[in-house]
Each structure stands twice: as C-alpha cells, then as structure tokens.
Design a protein around this ligand. Structure first.
Ligand SMILES: NC(=O)c1ccc[n+]([C@@H]2O[C@H](COP(=O)([O-])OP(=O)(O)OC[C@H]3O[C@@H](n4cnc5c(N)ncnc54)[C@H](O)[C@@H]3O)[C@@H](O)[C@H]2O)c1
Ligand SMILES: O=C(O)C[C@H](O)C(=O)O
Length: 306
C-alpha cells in the first residue's frame, strides 16, 4: 500500500506520522514544493521508526511527482492555512490554483488513485477536484466531518464529564464556522441520548463550540490545527487501505442524496478499498434539514467564487 501526502507542512507531516505509527502502509511519500523540506520531515520521522516501532518507509521529495507513481491513496494538504480572524473561505484565491495543479500532477502518475482533499476551503476544493479531473466520484473524498465529529465528541465528553470512549456523535454539513451541522439529537452516551443528561442550553453550547472548533484553535495557535486533522486523515486512509467499511462523515459529491445535487458537502459515507462505497442517508428532522439547506447555501456561494 503506497500513500502520497502532498504538503509536508503541519497537517501533512502529522498525517504521515499517524499513518506510519499505525503501521498498515508499506510506503508514504511526502511531497512539498519547498526545496528539501519534505526530505527533512521524512528523515526526522524515519528516525522515530525504531522508537515508535513501525516499518512504514517514509520518503520525502521536492515536487518530483514521478516518485509518487502508482500511489493507492493521495492526500492533498498543500496550500496556506488561515490566520486568526480569517475564515477558511478566504483561502480560496491561493489554494484553488494549488489544489488544481497538484491533483492533476498526482493523477498523471497514479491514474487509479483515491484522492483525499484536506486543503481549505475543503468542500469547495473537493468540488474543484471533481470538476477539474475525470475521476469517478467514489475516488474523491473531502476530509472535514471526521475532524469536526472528533471535536464534537470532545465537547460532549467535557459537558458530560464522561470519558470520550463513552460518547458517540457525528457532524455533517459544510466544514465551515457557520455551516457545520452537529447532530446533537442523535449523539449518545453508551446508547443513551445525551439530551437525557444535558440541558438544551448546554447542548447548544456544545454545538456552537464544535462549529468554531477550528477558529478557536487558530486563535490560540496563530495558525490552524494539525494533530487532530492529521489523525482524522489517517483514520480515513486506514479505513480505505484496510478495507474497514467504516462510517465517517466526509465531503462527497451528492447526486440527489439529502435532496441535493452538484455539491460536495459532509454526509456519512462507508469507506473501504474502493473509496466511498456508499453514501448513508439518515433521517433528519425539519430543523436539521433546514440547517443542511443553509449549510449548502454557504458552500455553493464559495463554489461560485471558483
Ligand atoms: N480539512 C480540514 O479539516 C483541515 C484541517 C487542518 C488544515 N486544513 C488545511 O490544510 C492546509 C494545510 O495546512 P497546514 O497547517 O499543514 O499548512 P502549512 O503551511 O504548515 O503546510 C502547507 C504546505 O504546503 C506546501 N505547498 C504549498 N504549495 C504547494 C504545492 N503547489 N505543491 C506542494 N506543496 C505545496 C507548503 O510548502 C507547506 O509546506 C490549509 O489549507 C489548511 O487550511 C484543513
Ligand atoms: O480551522 C481551520 O482553518 C483548519 C481546519 O479546517 C480545522 O478545522 O482545523
């Protein structure tokens, strides 16, 4: 199993590290445009192999796509991150050009690859990859919902004063400060709806804290987060590589599902060796449906900027 990660910055390197530590891939190629940067990150990571007990070979290359040839999965993290006070949508001007060029170069060398898009604004970048390549829809996956759901579970566990392993929950919709749809109605602690333990006000607080999860970290760090994003990407990569048939909310091209067409937005999918093996349609109530419609409006407005 060969995996390429484009962008050896904070998220790309973290993602490569988690993939290696989980020890399911034979090779990870880390590619960056900055001379020597990916080579340095790869060497540093390889020097953790004996300490962390993995055999995955991590190779770094400067913009040489021939070294990515025949990758089973390619992850795109190249592009600029936001600074405090910015929205993800403001990154479109620079990141659209990068994502378009990078996806085309990847496909030239790995025509059968599955692409995972991470660069922001992620739903629009995923849509761009659909529009600018001829890859079938099941081979283009946007990562956002897996991260947002992890943050939702963190906030739920905090509110419940419970271990995170007791908590389950999912965030669908657009990966933006206003567009996320945390499904509080369906969240549980050991199969018991969380509304049994938390007031509506507390649940609303959890929902709002989840939606601004990325912005909160950006304010604290001065740039956007990387550990949880890297771990979330590695989870998707592992589900595909190991044919796990796991369910994650991912940005996926909808063709009628959730009453939407011609948009990439977060919805639950089953991930296995073929990429997106199924889009799961869950029954939403009227408020959740309205939330999804609003979320899609925001994503479409950003798509219109392409
Ligand atoms: N979808 C998500 O949930 C999620 C989570 C975190 C970050 N992100 C996004 O991921 C992107 C990367 O974030 P980061 O913190 O790793 O940024 P970073 O600046 O640390 O790393 C980005 C890397 O991309 C490289 N790069 C730029 N143009 C390139 C090109 N044409 N080819 C190859 N490499 C190129 C840069 O040299 C840099 O090393 C940002 O757009 C950020 O908003 C998305
Ligand atoms: O917040 C960001 O800009 C980065 C990423 O989308 C995140 O949610 O951490």
């Amino acid at each position: 199993m060969k995996i390429t990660v484009v962008g050896a910055g904070a998220v790309g390197a973290s993602c490569a590290e988690y993939i290696a530590i989980k020890n399911f891939a034979s090779e990870v190629v880390l590619l960056d445009i900055k001379e020597g940067f990916a080579e340095g990150k790869a060497m540093d990571l390889m020097q953790t192999a004996s300490l962390n007990g993995f055999d995955t070979k991590i190779k770094g290359v400067t913009n040489d796509y021939s070294k990515t040839a025949n990758s089973d999965i390619c992850v795109i993290t190249s592009g600029i991150p936001r600074k405090p006070g910015m929205t993800r949508e403001e990154l479109i001007g620079i990141n659209a050009g990068i994502v378009k060029t990078v996806s085309s170069s990847l496909i030239q060398h790995s025509p059968n690859t599955i692409i995972i898009v991470v660069s922001n604004p992620m739903d629009t970048m995923t849509y761009l990859v659909h529009k600018s390549t001829n890859l079938p829809k099941h081979r283009i996956i946007g990562m956002g919902g897996a991260l947002d759901s992890a943050r939702f579970k963190y906030r739920l566990a905090e509110a419940l004063d419970a271990p995170i392993s007791d908590v389950d929950g999912m965030v669908i919709g657009g990966h933006s400060d206003t567009g996320m749809v945390p499904l509080t109605r369906l969240a549980t602690r050991n199969s018991v709806p969380v509304s049994k333990f938390l007031s509506n006000d507390r649940l609303n607080q959890v929902m709002e804290d989840t939606k601004v999860g990325g912005a909160t970290l950006t304010k604290l760090l001065g740039t956007s987060a990387w550990y949880a994003p890297g771990a979330a990407v590695s989870g998707l990569v592992q589900a595909i590589a190991c044919d796990q048939k796991k369910m994650f909310p991912c940005s996926v091209l909808l063709e009628g599902e959730y009453g939407m067409n011609d948009i990439c937005i977060g919805a639950p999918v089953i991930l296995g060796r073929n990429g997106i093996e199924k889009i799961v349609e869950i029954e939403l109530n009227d408020a959740e449906k309205a939330h999804m419609v609003e979320s899609a409006k925001g994503v479409r407005a950003t798509n219109d900027l392409l």
